[in-house]
Design a protein around this ligand. Structure first.
Ligand code: SF4
Length: 354
């Protein structure tokens, strides 16, 4: 049996059932395939499922999404992270409707002209939505390839070699099922730690297994330390609610709703609250971004009267703060300011509602 036959036989039997997945060599609707793939970038399946279902309910077709307001898309996306994806999602839907009459193209070259679609997403949409041959290589597939071929080059330099090796295996038939089978293998069997080689359908093709050293691959350069940054975040209760900020059009959380913060620097600077009030410390929150870790000192205050506030500031009623579309960083402030019990009750309620 070939590598491809072995993995697809396993996928037909044991591949995960996921809301965006159709098996048996069938084509998935391109809008659904694209939506899922954009959400899955840098994000685990369990986190994506409720967002995917929520988006499909609200915007069942690419035409519906193309008509959405950016602030609505950003609000629904809040908590998924990497917010440039949400902005590109809307731009891409608009381009598909405007330039392709609402039908996603099946050529990778065309797909890559669309906002937010790179090499990986173009290949996955072509394979999954059209079942046409495409080399779909994410982190899971890189790991499987590194082990199957016992690739000695270190990551990230080995990426192109792994891409080429994966490309040589792409079958002409059922390319979408094959791509998803490889992803599933990497996500469920050939995991970074403790791979379950005894359950692996392609064990007999695997050089890393033959060497009895699967976890040695992919080989990696030593990780560089991530810088630590510091800053302040402010929770102000006024007569009109909680003081919030529409963030600038560029930079982290561009265009989203946030709480007022200082700049984030390598050393903790002095607190510069958004208005004069009796500010008190409430605790520290920590958050990791791709390129730095952040620690923010929380300050809280109440003020009925205050000096003029910045144009980007506005008020949100306390009861509406969970639905305001705050990114996860700012949601971490809520248990300190609303009380842990209230914050948990509210976040549980939202999950049930999805
Ligand atoms: S045999 Fe083990 S290391 Fe090799 S592909 Fe299968 S799970 Fe991964």
């Amino acid at each position: 049996m070939t590598f491809q036959k072995a993995i697809m036989k396993w996928y037909d039997r044991e591949g995960r059932e996921l809301p965006w997945r159709v098996k048996g060599g069938l084509r998935q609707d391109a809008y659904k395939a694209w939506l899922a793939e954009i959400m899955l970038q840098q994000t685990v399946v369990k986190t994506v499922i409720p967002y995917y279902l929520k988006f499909l309910k609200k915007w069942p077709t690419v035409e519906n999404l193309a008509k959405a307001k950016e602030e609505d898309v950003l609000r629904e996306w809040a908590g998924l992270g990497y917010y440039a994806r949400a902005r590109n999602l809307l731009k891409c839907a608009q381009a598909v409707v405007r330039d392709y009459n609402g039908a996603f193209p099946d050529q990778e070259e065309e797909l890559r002209k669309l906002p937010g679609i790179g090499r990986y997403t173009a290949a996955s949409v072509r394979a999954i939505a059209f079942q046409k041959p495409a080399n779909v290589v994410d982190g899971n597939v890189e790991r499987v390839m590194a082990r199957i071929y016992a690739v000695k080059e270190k990551m990230p330099a080995a990426k192109e070699k792994l891409y080429t090796l994966a490309g040589k295996l792409v079958p002409r038939e059922r390319a979408g099922d094959y791509a998803q089978a490889l992803m599933d293998l990497g996500a469920t069997i050939c995991t970074p730690d403790n791979p379950q080689c005894d359950k692996c359908p392609v064990q007999k093709f695997c050089k890393a297994y033959a060497e009895d050293a699967p976890e040695k691959y992919p080989q990696r350069e030593a990780k560089k330390a991530v810088p630590q940054k510091y800053g302040h975040v402010y929770w102000l209760m006024g007569k009109d609610g909680v003081l919030c900020e529409r963030r600038a059009e560029k930079g982290l959380f561009a265009g989203m709703v946030g709480l007022p913060t200082s700049t984030w620097e390598l050393k903790q600077g002095k607190t510069k609250p958004p208005v004069k009030a009796l500010w008190k410390k409430s605790g520290l929150i920590k958050h990791s971004f791709t390129h730095f870790d952040l620690t923010l000192q929380i300050w809280h205050a109440s003020a009925e009267k205050y000096d003029k506030i910045k144009e980007s500031y506005f008020w949100i009623q306390k009861k509406d703060i969970y639905d305001a579309g705050l990114p996860t960083l700012f949601k971490k402030v809520l248990p300190y300011t609303l009380g842990a019990a209230a914050a948990t009750a509210n976040s549980t309620g939202r999950k049930r509602a999805r």
